[in-house]
Design a protein around this ligand. Structure first.
Ligand SMILES: Cc1cc2nc3c(=O)[nH]c(=O)nc-3n(C[C@H](O)[C@H](O)[C@H](O)COP(=O)(O)OP(=O)(O)OC[C@H]3O[C@@H](n4cnc5c(N)ncnc54)[C@H](O)[C@@H]3O)c2cc1C
Length: 322
């Protein structure tokens, strides 16, 4: 028993940012406790692309866990990971806070009868185990949990951890054999319907232009889209406009949407309710545009523009285009 099993994901053969956060944290734990860190890559990945992950102190990368799977199947992924847990007997299994991480981590914990901690924001190695912090009550309280050395399953809060690399290190690749998993007849995802237009994902983007109810009409969102286009940014939205059916839920930022931490977050016609704030407060620079000078968003924005968005945004776009 011992070691770390880090479960990470590749999309279009690139490791996702949320997974680099996992590698960064698992490297720290492995280093402090002198543990082996074995990494499972879910999704398509090529060995010759290893320069993306060779600075995280990894020992072994298990490839092919999902080679034969075109689409996500919770039970199949779960069984593959359970097999690897039996083989490596890790004391800590770390997932990212991605949709897949959130979906599989509880299945693994329940199957193994291990403790599960979701939305972790700090993992401290203690003499006899781990001390882990996670936000509760929409981030108003930070819960501290202590574990002894019994195995635990963790999922990290996305976009919370910085990505710290260490010295470059060679690691071995091992092909995972899934033959013994057999046929899974439980639910299988048949199709992923991509948005009509190729859009940037708010949780991965370095600039986000987000719109709220101040936009007034769904058609007016084209202003937000145009500004986002000029800045090569992702479009974000408050829950008010998502609930109204103006924007898809995938764009929602906040407690019941996505947690983001871009370099620049431009909030337009968004009041800055606590539930929105918890989703974007970690942005490096927050710019707010609101006609109400008392809007709560100005309390935590780095730059504020008080005024009518319908006058400000077209001017911003034309200046940026220049
Ligand atoms: C359990 C729970 C979970 C929630 N989860 C989320 C979440 O994940 N994300 C989220 O966003 N919300 C969430 N909410 C909702 C949240 O409380 C707010 O209701 C919501 O964020 C408000 O959205 P808004 O800022 O777009 O709208 P409003 O609060 O109506 O604000 C609109 C703003 O636009 C400004 N404005 C109007 N016209 C103009 C103009 N012409 N120019 C410039 N500014 C203008 C107004 O001054 C105002 O400040 C949640 C609520 C609950 C109870």
């Amino acid at each position: 028993m011992g070691g770390i099993l880090s479960i990470i994901e590749a999309k279009n053969k690139e490791i996702k940012n949320s997974s680099l956060e996992v590698l960064s944290e698992s490297q720290k734990i492995a280093n402090t406790k002198d543990l082996e860190n074995n990494v499972v890559i879910l999704g398509e990945y090529e060995e010759n692309n290893s320069n993306q992950i060779n600075e995280f102190g990894i020992n072994k990368v298990l490839l092919g866990a999902t080679n034969k799977i075109e689409n996500y199947s919770p039970d199949l992924y779960k069984n593959i990971i359970l097999n690897l847990i039996e083989k490596f007997e890790p004391e800590i299994i770390i997932f990212s806070g991605s949709a897949i991480g959130k979906d599989i981590s509880p299945r693994i914990a329940a199957n193994m009868n291990y403790n599960l901690v979701t939305e972790c924001i700090e993992i401290k190695v203690e003499e006899n185990g781990y001390e882990i912090k996670r936000p509760i009550y929409a981030g108003k309280i930070i819960q501290t949990l202590k574990f002894n050395n019994n195995p635990i399953v963790l999922s990290l809060k996305s976009n919370y951890f910085s990505i710290n690399k260490v010295e470059q290190k060679d690691f071995s690749f091992e092909q995972v054999n899934n033959e013994e998993i057999g046929n899974i007849i439980s639910p299988v995802l048949k199709e992923i319907i991509q948005p009509q237009k190729e859009t940037l994902d708010v949780s991965e983007a370095s600039i986000i232009v987000a719109g709220g109810r101040g936009i007034k009409e769904p058609e007016n969102f084209k202003l937000i889209e145009e500004l986002a286009d000029v800045l090569n940014a992702a479009v974000g939205a408050s829950r008010a406009v998502v609930d109204a059916g103006w924007r898809p839920h995938s764009e929602q930022v906040g407690q019941t949407g996505k947690i983001v931490s871009p370099n620049l977050y431009i909030a337009i016609g968004i009041s800055g309710a606590i539930q929105h704030q918890v989703g974007m407060i970690n942005s490096k620079c927050i710019v707010a545009i609101n006609k109400d000078k008392n809007a709560p968003i100005f309390k935590f924005a780095d730059y504020g523009i008080v005024g009518d968005l319908f006058e400000i945004i077209p001017e911003l776009i034309s200046e940026l285009k220049k």
